[in-house]
Design a protein around this ligand. Structure first.
Ligand SMILES: [Zn+2]
Length: 344
């Protein structure tokens, strides 16, 4: 094994007591017993950046190896020898935070900078997701919406203001986002998406498509008709009255399939639920700012984490939030598969 550089991830804190070292991050703590001076030298070296061989000057190799293995198991060791910096950039304070998603914050920020994301629907969910992605430094956004800004949007669509009334949402959104950050490339597309073919306006090498539209009712599955064959990962989020959801994020090249998810969901519905689903196809005309914001924020969180690290909590599963109870939970994993995958 080469003596590669190692360093504590930037979000990790540590404190030495008389006979032990405690390392902690968030709610997780690891305690290592030993001589205070030796442990302080090891922790200080790891904080600055060091190598395993250098650390063996302070303690026997087997002790160092056991210690490093313990930290490695927690994903607390990074191969990046310096804390990445982005002075003057909107995402400057985010870099250390990214180490919650993996060990190499600088590389994850580079992935966000290189990411190309489509957002369908620039309303109460999509507009806020766009704001989060721009703040996080995502490189390029394709925004699709056919609607114009109206007064009744302003309880939840914070990208827009009164001066935008009557303007296409995609144009007003690009103006607002550009005012916020010049570090993202914007592609506004004014279009009502009604079929998978309509999405051919998007590049086929997107890193992710976010479906944040609510008409037609099956818009997420329409997106999947395009994203699946194109190989573009897809995620959706929406808000009803008392609850909202985000996910599942499906990645075609890893075998993800939104049809399987939908098939399993329908298999669990009662006859009455099937009847209601057929009859009630219009989304609710009522909306509430906070409930849109919280779903958009959770969706934005998982989109950023996925783009940075390739993983997130809603990968392959749906998270549901019941606002009145302050309760979120994951829908059970699908037990049945769609006809294309039932023999898998
Ligand atoms: Zn399937």
């Amino acid at each position: 094994m080469t003596d590669r550089p190692i360093r504590l991830v930037p979000t990790l804190r540590w404190v030495c007591h008389d006979d032990a070292l405690t390392l902690l991050r968030d709610t997780k703590a690891v305690r290592v017993k030993g001589d205070k001076e030796v442990l302080t030298r090891i922790a200080s070296a790891l904080e600055r950046g060091t190598t395993r061989d250098e650390l063996t000057r302070h303690a026997p190799a087997d002790v160092i190896d056991a210690f490093l293995a313990r930290l490695g198991a927690e994903n607390w060791l990074s191969g990046e020898l310096s804390t990445p910096e982005a002075p003057g950039m909107p995402w400057e304070r985010q870099l250390g935070y990214l180490s919650l998603f993996g060990t190499e914050a600088g590389r994850m920020q580079e992935r966000l900078r290189a990411a190309r994301v489509g957002i369908l629907g620039v309303g109460g969910i999509g507009g806020l997701v766009a704001q989060h992605l721009v703040g996080a430094g995502v490189g390029a956004l394709w925004l699709i919406d056919d609607d114009v800004v109206a007064a009744h949007n302003l309880n939840r669509q914070y990208l827009f203001s009164r001066k935008d009334f009557g303007r296409p949402k995609v144009e007003a959104a690009v103006d607002a986002l550009t005012a916020h950050s010049e570090h993202t490339e914007y592609h506004p597309i004014r279009l009502a998406v009604r079929s998978a073919e309509d999405l051919n306006v998007l590049p086929d090498d997107l890193d992710l498509l976010v479906c944040a539209a609510d008409v037609p009712t099956d818009i997420a599955l329409i997106c999947w008709r395009w994203a699946g064959p194109t190989g573009v990962p897809l995620v959706s989020g929406a808000v009803g009255l008392g609850s909202g959801y985000w996910g599942p994020l499906v990645v075609p090249e890893r075998g993800g399939c939104l049809d399987c998810f939908d098939h399993a969901k329908r298999a669990q519905m009662s006859p009455l639920e099937h009847e209601l689903r057929q009859a009630l196809t219009d989304p609710t005309p009522y909306s509430f700012g906070p409930s849109n914001s919280v779903i958009a924020a959770m969706l934005g969180h998982d989109v950023c984490q996925y783009l940075a690290s390739g993983d997130c909590a809603s990968l392959g599963r749906r998270a549901i939030l019941r606002f009145g109870e302050g309760l979120s939970f994951f829908a059970p994993a699908p037990e049945s598969r769609c006809p294309a995958h039932e023999t898998d």
